[in-house]
Design a protein around this ligand. Sequence first.
Ligand code: AAO
Length: 515
Amino acid sequence: MMRMQLLVLAAILGLSSAQYDPHFKNGRTSIVHLFEWRWEDIALECERYLAPNGFGGVQISPPNEHIVLDYPWRPWYQRYQPIGYNLCSRSGTEAELINMVERCNNVGVNVYADVVINHMCGAGGGEGRHSSCGSYFSATRLDFPTVPYSNLDFNDGKCSTGSGNIENYQDIYQVRDCRLVGLLDLALEKDYVRGKLADYLNKLIDIGFAGFRVDASKHMWPGDLDVVYSRLNTLNTRWFQGGAKPLIFQEVIDLGGEPITASEYFGLGRVTEFKYGAKLGTVIRRWNGEKMSYLSNWGEGWALVPSDRALVFVDNHDNQRGHGAGGASIITFWDSRLYKIAIGFMLAHPYGLTRVMSSYRWNRNIVNGADQNDWIGPPSYSDGTTKPVSINPDTTCGDDWVCEHRWRQIRNMVIFRNVVNGQPFSNWWDNGNNQVAFGRGNRGFVVFNNDDWNLDVTLDTGMPGGTYCDVISGQKEGNSCTGKQITVSSDGKVHFSISNVEEDPFVAIHADSKL
Ligand code: AAO
């Protein structure tokens, strides 16, 4: 009886499922990863762009102090080598971080931190060096006085490989107890280490963060993570409801073929679904005989994790440059036409919690399929400090910031997803090849032509009759369309024609794009 009452109470307070809940404001539905942006630029972006365009939240690069690498020169990945949990990083100072979180929260845009808690810097990180905050450390002696961690706080004794590194992903003990690419592996079984990690995350929660991407979760035992998460505070009530728990999405790469599966982490929070971008990329590229018509049962039907456990994306900061996993099928901004189709499909489809990538351009140098310049950091001055994100008169970004989230087609599909939020997947149509269409109840409809011939068909959209603006070729402005105009007849039918040579071979309409 007592247990029953507790369950009812938990349900009323919404406690039971809160680790999965992004706590979005105002019916918003998507996260954007502003990879390597400065805190000051993110604050500005929340106010001038993300809030007005309905973005629910932003994922930031790791906010903690990190190693500073001279060779290669200031690679982006130096931020995945923590030295401690002070909050000064390549993106800015602690004061700038706090200011950013406050300003984003004030306009209803949530902030999620990328937290690196599996390890510290690489074993080769040397002796007598200083972090991005100027803290002294010794990788050689496993001494990180700013936390402090000593040689007692690492897993080395538990790892049985000769190199001390993970050598075989088929061995779950190696994956959890050995060093991931030589990174000093923290002993999360120790109460002391768990306490330090919980303190770090709680510091971020109290500042006003809404949740975490937990880096390298596959390399930590679920039981250890459970203890750390159970010690977390509820979100700051200045911006969030009392009792709200942080969103947790765990980086677990599960493409199949390894003994560690994403499902081991479902009880703790969401997981990053890497099959999503790998498979969708294969379909949109039309590799291996895949066709968009096969997407009629996209989601769990494709052996993806349950929708309410998934954080989904077309590409991420690793696999857009050949790190991590996903392989050659991953579509990125470098293939902009296919990328817009893939992101358009992702944002129209109800499956998963969606994350849009926002990148910077770098000088690629691909030799035998591998990019020799996969390490290059964000647009920077010669001293290694990151350049501000400049905004062009046409609202795109300059200085090699790609700002995919500002591409009209992508931004408008982020809005589409908000407008159709909660509506069922409906009115699917396909031509047996790569022309497909579907609706979201009576609130939105989208049509793709990824074949090598024109699309010319009359479809049932389920939408109320009227004239709508296509939000891909343009959008509604005042009482007219800047792009294509779509007429829905009183019975919900539309005649669509989309040429296969159009730059954007798809059309989307929604309730708010009606004239
Ligand atoms: C850098 C240097 C290293 C140096 C190290 C220490 O590059 O040479 O040894 O410093 O000094 C990032 C960079 C790393 C960088 C690191 C630290 O990517 O290059 O190392 O910062 O600065 C695994 C992990 C996954 C991880 C991914 C990169 O499971 O957690 O590797 N991602 C996160 C971050 C990432 C970051 C770290 C973790 C570390 O997003 O940015 O690293 O904080 C298999 C496994 C995967 C495994 C991949 C890659 O994947 O399943 O779990 O990911 O291998 O090792 C098929 C399979 C697929 C397989 C794939 C590749 O697709 O289906 O399962 O092949 O084999």
